[in-house]
Write a new protein. Structure first.
Length: 402
């Protein structure tokens, strides 16, 4: 048979999948993928994406978002609840899952919201959503009330689910929209202080110790956050966390007066970025998630001050991390696959089915948002050169990208 040559990385604990991959890639149908060598990985898993449907389909849909994920090598994602309707009950969650069941080309696991309407006033119907919700989060907003977060943790623990926290203290924001640092001061922008992130993490770690809840921190960006989580792990707290590719590659010195550099949390200082890298190296940071957050071109065209928060990332995540972390010898390729797939699946109990992705690692590409399958085009990586191109993604035994 013609087939293709391939290295297989990260599948030692999945012998059945490794066998399936060998069978799949032996088919003559893949002889068109001519290259000296490809590398096969277990399908990537992102626990933090925004697919915007229902409610904001002009930004992204379940179909376009899942196609973008497949283009990036992802076969499983978890979707955040800042939708309309907010998934805060069995009925409102069904509005989303009906679309997922109809349109998704990969596995899409929705979060249920922590509070009704994400308003931070009363708990959502955890029990009603428990069968379908992967976990509970109010991402996009922080839970401001310590007592309400305590109740949420106790409820989640009783159901065997994880609380996934967007940590942001609204009282410390003061209208800020980029990091409160040298760039903000030099260019007259309102800044977001680091404590607005690490303060709620400190509070929630205390609550975790009290309740025994399983707890996951979204998109950490500060050196203080890394240290707090490192210490909590050493103390035996059931805590995991994620960061995103842009926080590992860029910092406030890379900012430009353009909405594609605006996200929440913002790009922090060089020292913060280095602390995140150290957290990746020593295992404090468990996974790399994209926080894929698409908006319309108009919403991202209003500069740093006026643009909506959020950038896209599913279609650049592997290549950006392979180029900046693996090829620079900061981490191994095997460690990157743990961060992009295996750790997330283990923590959130997301199965690896007949899911794999094939990359040509030696292929250098220039990031062009015109080639994205996502409706969102705002990326700070526009025009950058990365190594590693996805040539095939298989989810549940079916080709979803080639």
């Amino acid at each position: 048979m013609a087939g293709i040559k391939a290295n297989v990385i990260g599948m030692k604990q999945y012998p059945q999948l490794e066998k399936k991959v060998a069978e799949f890639l032996s088919f003559d149908a893949f002889s068109s993928l001519n290259s000296s060598l490809f590398t096969v990985f277990p399908g990537f898993c992102d626990v933090h994406v925004h697919f915007r449907e229902p409610g904001f389909f002009y930004k992204e849909t379940i179909k376009s978002g899942s196609l973008a994920a497949a283009h990036g090598g992802y076969t499983a994602v978890c979707t955040m609840p800042n939708l309309n309707p907010v998934p805060d009950s069995a009925e409102s969650l069904k509005a989303q899952t009906d679309i997922i069941d109809r349109d998704a080309v990969i596995d899409v696991y929705p979060y249920g919201s922590i509070t009704v309407g994400q308003r931070g006033e009363e708990l959502s119907d955890f029990e009603g959503m428990n069968a379908r919700a992967i976990a509970f989060s109010d991402d996009g907003r922080g839970v401001q009330s310590e007592e309400l977060m305590r109740k949420a943790m106790l409820k989640a623990k009783a159901l065997g689910k994880i609380i996934v926290a967007h940590c942001e203290d609204n009282s410390l924001l003061h209208g800020g929209y980029i990091h409160k640092g040298v760039y903000a001061e030099a260019h007259g922008h309102k800044g977001i202080c680091s404590e607005s992130e690490w303060g709620p993490i400190e509070r929630d770690i205390k609550l975790c110790k009290e309740t025994g809840c399983s707890y996951h921190v979204c998109h950490i960006s500060t050196k203080e956050s890394v240290e707090l989580i490192r210490k909590a792990k050493q103390e035996g707290v059931d805590i995991t966390c994620e960061t995103a590719p842009h926080y590992l590659i860029m910092d406030e010195n890379d900012l430009k007066e353009d909405g594609k550099y605006k996200m929440n949390p913002p790009l922090r200082s060089k020292e913060d970025r280095q602390a995140l890298i150290e957290g990746i190296i020593d295992g404090t940071i468990d996974m790399i998630a994209t926080d894929h957050a698409p908006h319309s071109a108009e919403e991202k065209s209003k500069g740093l001050k006026g643009s909506a928060f959020g950038i896209v990332g599913l279609e650049t995540a592997f290549a950006s991390m392979y180029t900046h972390l693996v090829l620079t010898n900061i981490i191994t390729l095997e460690r990157l696959i743990e961060l992009l797939s295996l750790n997330a699946r283990k923590r959130f109990n997301i199965p690896l089915k007949d899911d794999f992705t094939v990359f040509e690692l030696g292929k250098k590409t220039v990031v062009s948002s015109e080639n994205f399958l996502s409706k969102g085009k705002a990326t700070p990586f526009e025009g950058m050169q990365f190594y590693g191109e996805c040539v095939l993604t298989v989810a549940n035994g079916k080709i979803v990208y080639k």
